[in-house]
Design a protein around this ligand. Structure first.
Ligand code: AMP
Length: 206
């Protein structure tokens, strides 16, 4: 069984990192007219950054890349493309983390080709310097060693996927212990609740 390094992120981290992005933008005097949140990971940080900067126009585009926890799809893509006239307004694209950087890159190109923006800058709460091909214009935390970060808006989804990997690898009893052993963290939601939810979603075959 392949071990995956996992970190559990809490709400204080989210608030601090989002402030970190906003503070850098203020210091840089970049005047943001429109914030574009990359759904789903950028939705919460985008809203916090918008509040700190006083930006009223927050919109979203959906990029798909890592559909399954800790498993990358081959190519990042925009799920529901549309056109929009931002009339040359300055854009800030916000996401949770820049891992490969593919999502930011495709989002930036999409906005440039379809939204009639002025300047476009990118931001993420975290930037993994060992894996990213590009660097966001603004980021709050630099990560040196790759890990999967469980954000508080994704606990259920991540824990379900991580438990499913254990079950697929033959773990049958003491899932808590196997979780800690393989991922290095305590599961943030009680395992019995997650198994019940997996049953509700028809994800268990026993
Ligand atoms: P990427 O295109 O590789 O920069 O990442 C795309 C998206 O996948 C990110 O915005 C996150 O929502 C998710 N993601 C990628 N890598 C991680 C990670 N190491 N931890 C948590 N989420 C991640």
């Amino acid at each position: 069984m392949v071990k995956i390094p996992v970190r559990v992120v809490d709400w204080d981290d989210i608030v601090n990192w989002s402030s970190g992005i906003s503070d850098k933008i203020k210091r840089d005097e970049y005047k943001v007219d429109v914030i574009i949140a990359i759904a789903r990971g950028g939705l919460v940080p985008a809203r916090l950054v918008a509040d700190a900067l006083g930006v009223l126009d927050v919109i979203s585009i959906k990029v798909e890349h890592w559909v399954q926890t800790a498993n990358k799809d081959v190519e990042a893509k925009i799920k529901f493309p549309y056109k929009l006239d931002l009339k040359g307004g300055n854009v800030l694209i916000v996401d949770d983390i820049c891992d490969t950087g593919d999502s930011l890159e495709i989002a930036k190109k999409f906005v440039s080709d379809n939204f009639n923006p002025g300047a476009i800058r990118t931001s993420t709460m975290q930037y993994i310097e060992s894996t990213a091909r590009i660097k966001p214009d603004y980021y709050a935390a630099t990560i040196t060693d790759w890990a999967w970060f469980m954000y508080p808006w994704n606990y259920w989804e991540d824990e379900i996927n991580l438990i499913r990997k254990l079950l697929d690898n033959g773990v049958k009893t003491d899932i808590e212990h196997a979780f800690k052993d393989n991922y290095g963290v305590e599961p943030p939601i009680p395992v019995k609740d997650v198994l019940e939810e997996m049953k509700r979603r028809n994800l268990l075959n026993f």
